[in-house]
Design a protein around this ligand. Structure first.
Ligand SMILES: Nc1nc2c(ncn2[C@@H]2O[C@H](COP(=O)(O)OP(=O)(O)OP(=O)(O)O)[C@@H](O)[C@H]2O)c(=O)[nH]1
Ligand SMILES: [Mg+2]
Length: 380
């Protein structure tokens, strides 16, 4: 094996299953005897994904407050910090789900500037199959507006491997129809279908990542004005709520209650399509670092508890991250209604909103943009 660390990047739109896949890849590599360091990224701070991955025991660094491409130096610093702490043989990084142009702004600069340290694996881009069916008109249901869909499409266009995720959600004929449609839309792309939940196709994907190289084609064409408009259509909310209760509370029911109220509030807004509403609850007294977690990846679906705590809880921290196509103020209103709902469901509890930020992501301004891995590094 080379003395360079492998660098894996798992991209894809909001809610496509990236963090779930990052955890699975980390576990897979660890089983093969490799030390693994994970890097999470978000436009805000207080990240559900970091909390999820740390709860699984992985060395994880986060880059809050901006995406990898715009905070390239922070990405390199995070890798350095992990190297000092855990000396990883492999890094797995999850970029922000509304980001694209990662080849030109992250992969190529890494290869060009740090090629002696990292072996860059092919870029995987995950695609939620239900979201894809809706965007392609293969299933009824709402979609995002055009400029948001532009980002979604650009992500697939630059992928080395398009990974149709959550394939357990589709019957075989619908899977075949979707893969054939993606093949027509993005001719010549490697497309694979996986379910991290059932394990279907996962080992083949990870082996492919370990043993193949990124494509040699140059960077794709992209209109940064449309990209910036698309990003700005998405509202972003990150918040933490301190929970204390004299009477023990079922943490799963509590997460369901706040999520359902937030969904109800957002449903009152016309175009407020939820991209991803996610939450973790970390109890103060959990020795093993166990947490409860919940996710909503579309408007109108029942919130899904992805991690549960057996024991009722009396105190801890709730982190809420929400991205939806709506004004940030609507997300704030939804959060406040959600917290109020908790107060009325649990009159013996105290729910203190400790921190909340809501905003629209600013125009992407990458630190570097290279049209090929050989190009000299200049700032964009
Ligand atoms: N049915 C099914 N659900 C899955 C699978 N993989 C992930 N999910 C669910 O999809 C939801 C979103 O997963 P995440 O891994 O948080 O998605 P993400 O792409 O990291 O989301 P963001 O970081 O917010 O963009 C969660 O409820 C996951 O449990 C899968 O293979 N099958
Ligand atoms: Mg994630």
């Amino acid at each position: 094996m080379s003395d360079k660390a492998q660098y894996f990047m798992i991209g894809g739109f909001l809610g496509a299953g990236k963090t779930t896949a990052v955890a699975a890849l980390a576990q897979y590599l660890a089983k093969a005897g490799l030390r693994v360091g994970l890097i999470t990224n978000d436009q805000g701070s207080e990240l559900v994904d970091t909390s999820m991955l740390r709860a699984r025991g992985f060395a994880t660094e986060e880059i809050p407050g901006g995406c990898f491409c715009c905070r390239f130096n922070s990405l390199v610093d995070a890798a350095k910090k992990l190297t000092e702490e855990a000396r990883p043989d492999a890094f797995v990084a999850e970029p922000v789900g509304s980001c694209t142009d990662l080849m030109a702004t992250v992969s190529y600069p890494l290869r060009r500037m740090y090629g002696d340290r990292f072996d860059i694996a092919p870029l995987s881009v995950l695609v939620d199959p239900i979201r894809a069916q809706q965007i392609f008109g293969l299933r009824p249901g709402r979609s995002f507006s055009e400029k948001v869909v532009y980002i979604w499409r650009k992500q697939m266009e630059e992928a080395d491997i398009i990974v149709v995720s959550k394939i357990d959600l589709l019957a075989a004929d619908a899977q075949a129809e979707l893969v054939s449609r993606i093949g027509k839309e993005f001719p010549g792309k490697k497309i694979i279908s996986v379910s991290v939940r059932t394990g279907a196709g996962v080992a083949e994907w990870f082996e492919l990542l370990k043993h193949s190289n990124p494509a040699v084609s140059g960077a794709m064409q992209i209109d940064y004005d449309v990209y910036a408009d698309g990003e700005a259509l998405l509202g972003w909310l990150n918040a933490t709520v301190r929970v204390e209760s004299g009477k023990p509370i079922d943490s799963g029911a509590m997460l369901q209650a706040i999520a359902t109220e937030m969904q109800r509030s957002l449903a009152e807004k016309d175009m407020a399509e939820i991209a991803h509403l996610k939450m973790t609850f970390s109890p103060d007294d959990s020795l093993a670092g166990e947490i409860a977690a919940l996710s909503v990846v579309r408007s109108g679906v029942v919130p899904e508890l992805t991690l549960r705590l057996e024991e009722p809880v009396t105190a801890g921290e709730l982190i809420v991250n929400c991205r939806a196509e709506t004004a940030p103020e609507d997300l704030r209103t939804a959060l406040e209604k959600g917290v109020s709902a908790l107060r009325s469901f649990y009159p013996e509890g105290e729910f203190k909103l400790e921190h909340a930020e809501q905003f629209r992501p600013g125009r992407p301004k990458p630190t570097h943009r290279l049209t090929s891995p050989e190009e000299a590094v200049v700032s964009a």
